[in-house]
Each structure stands twice: as structure tokens, then as C-alpha cells.
Design a protein around this ligand. Structure first.
Ligand SMILES: C[S@@+](CC[C@H](N)C(=O)[O-])C[C@H]1O[C@@H](n2cnc3c(N)ncnc32)[C@H](O)[C@@H]1O
Length: 423
């Protein structure tokens, strides 16, 4: 419990030490004892037992025990409270707030987990659904925030199917939803009520940060708030980035993030539909970080590539059939000899998917390889059409980012694209 959560004083019944145990049993039996605070010695050698303020009207002083109503100054939180997890504390504080109207239905609505963004706690969609919570007004959110040690509260809804990945988050307490994160030494700020936070892409952000991009020009077709643009600029050594994003809220966060990390002069933000991007022959590398598919961006990715070629990082969700046991599965190994083959250490640690037992990473599934080959062939066709000469594509690496749904994996294909010199 934080100091600011402890009231200055709490009501208590003071009695002589020899009656303290009996009085305690009596108060416990009547559910009047306030277990959040320790018993305390008070004037005259008496012992004071904290009682619940909201139940004072029900307090009836037992005649056989001499006792008096007093106030404990600076009450000390009980050991049980000090040991409480935030989830237990939340439940306990809500139970106190609701008093008699506490019910099993309400208890089921109290969340066990939440996302913390600094002083803002983001609650899940399935919490506080019962209509009764609304009767409590602002006191509910003040109690929740205080129990969780937060200043601001927001609640998640569904991600809107509007193509902008708008998060449908409602601010419940506080003035605004802007939060800040530091991730791999990079500072990100964004408004949780307006922009999506893709925590699951952390491995890909780290991988991107370690790619050797010194002096290169990057085009990020789906920049969001800069989750990939920034690692390319800050860590991977990219000389310049063109970041394209059509969601105005994300663009605002992206601009702030570029400035926060001192790389605003090395990035041009294109606010609009990346399919309409008026660039060509500029990129050494193109990031296509859109799932379930970035296919609509393939033509523009091919167009922006330099005439000397470059690398595309193509994100896609790929479905595969369930795998019974690793030993029975025909698998293809990650290509050896490519710079990215060095990733196999991290991959071999595996990512957990579906059942939670199967590991990803070291094994490239046949469906993934088939998707990568089909993509390489399609991109080659597009390159030939757009550049009017022969090009070749080669699969450098297939990175499983995360399990997206049962048997569906978010993959990234690193595809090298080069013009074939005419003889
Ligand atoms: C899944 S988010 C990815 C953002 C970032 N790469 C990440 O991992 O957090 C995709 C972003 O692409 C944007 N987007 C989708 N289609 C777009 C388009 N045609 N043109 C520009 N931006 C687009 C969305 O608004 C969203 O911010």
C-alpha cells in the first residue's frame, strides 16, 4: 500500500488489553472489523481495534466489555494488506466500497490483469461489465486507480475494423491518454485511446534494430507510431526513412517520437494512403508491417525500390495445419549462410503458440515456405512489370513473429530483390 492510500485516521473500538481478543472475535463475527489496519495501543494502555467506517451505524457496544469509540491516528496497514497483490487489493477495496451490495457477479467482473503504461492503467474489455458498477459514479474509478497505484484509468474495447487499427479505448479517469514507453533504448509516446500498441511485435522490433542498414534509405509503408521506423533510424543505422501512415493520431505520435529520439531530420512523414505514395527509385529497404496481409502494398514497395534493388520485409499471417509432434513433421531448416541465419539461437529458444506446448522458430513449416516462394514469385512479376527489365528475388529469411490465432502465424519474409544485369 502506498502512503497516500492510508487515511489520516480510522475509527476504532478501544478496550482494556484483557478484553481485546474477545472484542476482536465479536467484531469479526459481525463483520465489523477493518482488517486493513493493525490493532494499536492507545492512551491509558488500551488497545484499539479498527472498525469499518461505513458500518459504524451497525456498531453496538457490548456491555460485558468496557469499550469506547476512538480514532486511530496514522493507522498502520495490516500485514495481510502489505502482503496483498494488487489484484487482491483491488478486490478488497471494491468489496469495501460496495458494502452490502457486493455480489459474486461483481466479483467476477474484477480484473486480475491489466496493462500498465506509467501512471495509466489500461483495463481489459471483459472487466466491469455489470450494470451495477455504473451506479457508483466517479468513486468507482477513483477506488480502482488508488488500489492499482495509478493516476489515470482507461478501458479497452474491440479494435475497430476500420483499417486504421483504432483501438476503441475509453478514458475513465484522467485528462488524456498520452503515455510514454522506453523500448530498447527508444522513447515512444502515444495516446492509448487513439493508437494501437503492438506488444507482440517486440521480437521483430529487436531484429530490425540489429539489421545492418548503415547509410540505407528505408521506406516504411505502415509506420504507425514508428515501432519499426525508429529502430531502423536509431539502432540499425539507416540514413533516412520515408514513413507512411494514414491515421492522423498515429502520425501525431510518430512525429512526436521522431523528435523525442532526435531523428526528426532523418525522416519524412507521408500522411496518407501508402498505395498513393509518390516516390520511386529511392529505397534500399521497404518495411511492409501490416497484417493479416500487406499484399496491397506490394506494387508500391516494388516501385519505391532503387533501380539497383534492395530488401523487402513482408509481413503476413499464414495458416498452417496443426502439427502432431515435432519429430514426425517434415521441416525445412532456416536458410544457412544468410546473415539472418545467425538468428537461429534466438529462434531455437522458440515462441509458444496455440497449445502453449509447440515451439516456433527453428523450424520453418512447409506452408510458410510455400507462402514465401509464392510471394517471391509474385514480387518478381511485379518488379518486371514496373521496371521493364528482368529481376530476381531470393528468400533471405522467414521470421515467425508471433502466433496470431490457432494455427495462424504472423511471419515476416525478408526478400532480396535485384535487377538481372542485361548481357
Ligand atoms: C498493424 S499497424 C503497424 C504499425 C507498426 N508497424 C507496429 O508494429 O506497431 C499498421 C499501421 O498501418 C496503417 N495503415 C494501414 N493501411 C494503410 C495504408 N494503406 N496507408 C497508410 N497507412 C496504413 C494503420 O493505420 C496502422 O497504423
Amino acid at each position: 500500500m502506498e502512503a497516500r492510500d492510508v487515511p489520516i485516521s480510522v475509527p476504532a473500538l478501544a478496550t482494556e488489553p484483557q478484553f481485546a481478543q474477545r472484542l476482536r472475535e465479536h467484531l469479526e463475527g459481525k463483520q465489523l472489523l477493518d482488517r486493513r489496519y493493525q490493532l494499536q495501543k492507545v492512551q491509558g494502555g488500551h488497545v484499539a481495534l479498527p472498525v469499518l467506517e461505513e458500518k459504524l451505524s451497525q456498531l453496538w457496544l457490548p456491555q460485558e466489555m468496557p469499550c469506547a469509540l476512538v480514532q486511530i491516528q496514522d493507522p498502520v496497514p495490516s500485514r495481510a494488506v502489505r502482503r496483498q497483490t494488487p489484484a487482491q487489493k483491488l478486490r478488497e477495496d471494491l468489496r469495501q466500497l460496495l458494502g452490502e451490495s457486493w455480489s459474486e457477479e461483481l466479483e467476477r467482473d474484477v480484473p486480475h490483469a491489466w496493462q500498465r503504461h506509467g501512471d495509466l492503467v489500461l483495463l481489459s474489455e471483459d472487466s466491469f461489465r455489470a450494470a451495477h458498477w455504473e451506479n457508483l459514479g466517479p468513486a468507482l474509478w477513483e477506488t480502482v486507480a488508488s488500489a492499482l497505484g495509478a493516476q489515470r484509468l482507461a478501458k479497452r474495447g474491440r479494435v475497430l475494423p476500420d483499417g486504421m487499427r483504432s483501438p476503441s479505448v475509453t478514458l475513465l479517469l484522467g485528462q488524456d491518454g498520452w503515455v510514454e514507453h522506453v523500448d530498447n533504448g527508444i522513447r515512444y509516446t502515444f495516446d492509448v485511446t487513439k493508437c494501437m500498441f503492438s506488444a507482440g511485435n517486440i521480437t521483430e522490433k529487436l531484429r530490425v534494430a540489429s539489421l545492418p542498414c548503415s547509410g540505407e534509405v528505408l521506406v516504411d509503408l505502415y509506420a504507425g507510431i514508428g515501432y519499426f521506423t525508429l529502430p531502423y533510424l536509431v539502432h540499425a543505422g539507416a540514413a533516412f526513412a520515408h514513413a507512411c501512415e494514414w491515421n492522423g493520431h498515429a502520425v501525431e505520435a510518430l512525429r512526436r517520437n521522431l523528435a523525442l529520439n532526435g531523428v526528426q531530420d532523418r525522416c519524412h512523414v507521408h500522411h496518407g494512403d501508402s498505395r498513393q505514395l509518390e516516390l520511386q527509385d529511392v529505397a534500399d529497404r521497404v518495411n511492409l508491417g501490416l497484417i493479416p496481409s500487406s499484399e496491397e502494398g506490394w506494387p508500391v514497395a516494388c516501385r519505391v525500390l532503387k533501380s539497383t534493388g534492395g530488401v523487402l520485409h513482408i509481413h503476413h499471417n499464414v495458416e498452417s495445419v496443426p502439427v502432431p509432434a515435432p519429430s514426425q513433421t517434415p521441416v525445412l531448416q532456416v536458410e544457412q549462410g544468410s546473415p539472418e541465419a545467425a538468428n537461429t539461437d534466438r529462434e531455437a529458444q522458440g515462441l509458444t503458440e496455440d497449445s502453449g506446448k509447440e515451439t516456433l522458430g527453428a523450424r520453418i513449416r512447409p506452408e510458410w515456405q510455400r507462402w514465401a516462394e509464392a510471394t517471391a514469385a509474385r514480387i518478381q512479376e511485379l518488379l518486371v512489370e514496373l521496371h521493364g527489365q528482368l529481376w530476381c528475388t531470393s528468400i533471405l529469411h522467414i521470421e515467425p513473429v508471433k502466433s496470431y490465432a490457432p494455427h495462424v502465424h504472423h511471419l515476416v519474409l525478408d526478400l532480396e530483390c535485384r535487377p538481372v544485369p542485361s548481357t
